[in-house]
Design a protein around this ligand. Structure first.
Ligand SMILES: Cc1cc2nc3c(=O)[nH]c(=O)nc-3n(C[C@H](O)[C@H](O)[C@H](O)COP(=O)(O)O)c2cc1C
Length: 375
């Protein structure tokens, strides 16, 4: 018997933004934008997910306008006439198909200094990797500790990107504050050893994000939704934790919530795992309880394997489909409001339509080879 998934298909409103259902496409870097320009193939790729019934699309990470922002090849810019014209097409096609869309605004921070396959410093080869303290990991300095001027410049670049997103017709924006990239490097004490207004207590480590959120809010008005993505885990350390209990989580979230975040996107690798001992709430459940704001959950929805392979230290090669299980139950219970689907939407552009029709058993497995095509 197919799972009862009706709860996934009820509308939801964020401020004045009406979403047709609870299904969100998780942001996924695809590296299909030569010269950092999103082309027609990128627009068609997102349109297909909108046609497949996704309510809200969050785009792949897209670089804000600072020479230090990038680290990887063929990632689209969110600045410059050509890239913005490419994004406008993406917005128009997704809207035509009936979905809403947010760009994920990204600065890779110290990850720019890591190198490896798919990495590039182009088009600014002489610009170093930026971080709050130049650290990749505790004790491992590989980049440049940002000055206060540089912090202000990068904050300004985030704000400009949000203003441009609104002008292009994006319905909301997402700030990438997760996974060990720049904003998260400020959050984590392992990479933030500053002694000024941006380092020290968890609230001070959140100040960089607060500046960005406040700056954006002042320009986009009270209703334009700001989604904030955060995670405990980091790409350079899957076991890292920003907070160890709900009290610490509250100290971390309060300044962000007060600054004007509308939706928290709580990035976990397995949505069903409780975050802290003594309760079955996951990270999104706790975040919603603490802030009272809508939350998105994510992680291995309809897949057996987590997206990161602990041994290979990269994206898992293959995952068989799995039952959606208790996702709809947790949604109905009110633990979170929205659910983001990642790899399964790459392999199944019509994931929402299939699930709604009770045809979950027809969902295809995710395979790494799916990443070689943008279809
Ligand atoms: C190919 C790929 C690229 C990703 N790129 C991003 C990204 O640009 N920004 C981000 O926040 N997360 C990124 N992620 C993480 C996903 O948004 C999502 O959290 C993760 O895949 C877990 O969801 P899933 O198990 O449904 O795939 C990426 C994941 C994959 C598989």
């Amino acid at each position: 018997m197919p799972a009862d998934t009706d709860a996934l298909f009820t509308p939801f409103t964020i401020n004045k933004l009406e979403l047709p259902n609870r299904i969100v496409m998780a942001p996924m870097t695809r590296n299909f934008s030569p010269d950092n320009i999103p082309g027609d193939n990128v627009a068609s790729y997102y349109r297909r997910r909108a046609e497949g019934g996704t309510g809200l699309i969050i785009t792949e990470g897209t670089y804000i306008n600072h020479p230090s922002a990038g680290a990887y090849e063929n990632v689209p810019f969110f600045y410059g006439d050509q890239a913005l014209a490419g994004w406008k097409k993406v917005v128009d096609e997704v809207h035509w198909a009936g979905a809403k869309i947010a760009p994920q605004l990204w600065h890779t921070g110290i990850m720019r200094g890591v190198g490896g396959e798919g990495a590039t410093l182009e088009p600014y080869p002489n610009v170093p990797a930026f971080g709050p303290s130049g650290l990749l990991m505790p004790g491992k300095e590989i980049g440049h500790a940002m000055s206060l001027d540089e912090i202000n410049q990068v904050v300004g670049a985030y704000v400009q990107a949000a203003v441009d997103a609104q002008a292009l017709g994006f319905d909301c924006i997402e700030l990438h504050g997760a996974h060990g990239y720049l904003i998260d490097q400020f959050f984590w004490e392992g990479t933030n050893q500053r002694h000024d207004a941006y380092g020290g207590s968890i609230a001070k480590r959140a100040q960089f994000a607060v500046d960005i959120i406040t700056g954006i809010r002042a320009k986009v008005g009270p209703d334009y939704p700001i989604i904030f993505r955060f995670s405990q885990w980091k790409l350079m350390n899957y076991q890292a934790r920003l907070v160890n209990n709900s009290e610490e989580l509250e100290q971390f979230l309060k300044p962000l919530s007060d600054a004007g975040v509308d939706v928290f996107h709580c990035s976990t690798r397995r949505f069903w795992q409780p975050e802290f001992e003594g309760s079955d709430l996951n990270l999104a459940g706790w975040t919603q309880k603490i802030t009272g704001k809508p939350c998105i959950t994510v992680g291995s929805i309809s897949l057996e394997e987590d997206f990161l392979d602990e041994n290979a230290r990269g994206i898992s090669e293959h995952s068989e489909p799995a039952s959606i299980g208790n996702l709809a139950t947790l949604l109905k219970r009110g633990d979170f409001d929205l659910v983001a689907v990642g790899r399964s939407l790459i392999s199944n552009p019509d994931w929402p339509k299939l699930v709604r029709a009770g045809r979950e058993s027809e969902l295809l497995a995710y395979d790494q080879s799916d990443l070689t095509r943008l279809d």
